[in-house]
Write a protein of this length. Structure first.
Length: 216
């Protein structure tokens, strides 16, 4: 903890110096900041330092957030198009699994942390950002409520042609959320390997199966 505080103190100091006309470029300070942040983290269990690596999308969104400037429309469109192309559709053509299993996955926040081992089955941690069930007394509000997700979108029969657009949209959103919002805060569950294909099918059923408690 002490090491982290010291590291962040160095970052703040670097920012103060930047405003004092020291002659260093913004790129140099970005590099210095990145090095200080990286030095404050260590490999621990299954949590490795590769989590600090940023792809071009993350870099662009981070810069936009830090500077307060909207992401360039062309850059945003390019990120979204690339994300949509990365989506892997169900290998058997079936989008929905078992909503009961989907409920378990949505409520589980286990997996991918330093205190988990490699055999830990990852959860979706959906309730950390969304309200899904009216019975829940605790849930996050970073994302929109998903209560009645399928019902509000008119999905009465998931196998009907009319339901196909929303089903495909939902799958793509879960697989790689940047496909529809370049700088979304939502994790790309499939693209990042957080959930596997079968787990995503179960979460899809939770959201879209008319029998799911979400749609009652």
């Amino acid at each position: 903890m002490k090491k982290t505080i010291v590291a962040w103190g160095a970052v703040v100091l670097a920012g103060m110096l930047a405003g004092c006309g020291t002659g260093r470029s913004a790129a140099e300070y970005d590099k210095m900041t990145a090095e200080v942040i990286k030095a404050s983290f260590v490999d621990r269990g299954i949590a490795k330092l590769d989590r600090l690596e940023q792809d071009e999308a993350r870099k662009a969104c981070w810069e936009s957030e830090v500077t307060g400037k909207p992401l360039d429309e062309k850059v945003a469109k390019a990120i979204e198009e690339a994300a949509l192309k990365s989506v892997k559709w169900p290998s058997d053509g079936k989008f929905l699994g078992d909503w009961k299993e989907g409920e378990k996955i949505a409520q589980s926040g286990r997996g991918l942390t330093w205190s988990d081992d490699e055999k830990t089955v990852n959860g979706g941690n959906c309730y950390n950002c969304h309200q899904i069930d009216k019975k829940e007394i605790s849930y996050g509000t970073l994302g929109p409520s998903l209560w009645n997700y399928g019902k509000l979108r008119g999905v009465t029969d998931p196998n009907s042609p009319a339901a196909k657009p929303i089903i495909e949209y939902t799958w793509a959103k879960i697989w790689n959320s940047r496909a529809f919002n370049a700088c979304t805060k939502m994790p790309s569950a499939g693209h990042r390997g957080i959930l596997n294909e079968q787990q995503i099918k179960h979460v899809m059923a939770l959201l879209l199966d008319p029998k799911s408690p979400v749609n009652q």
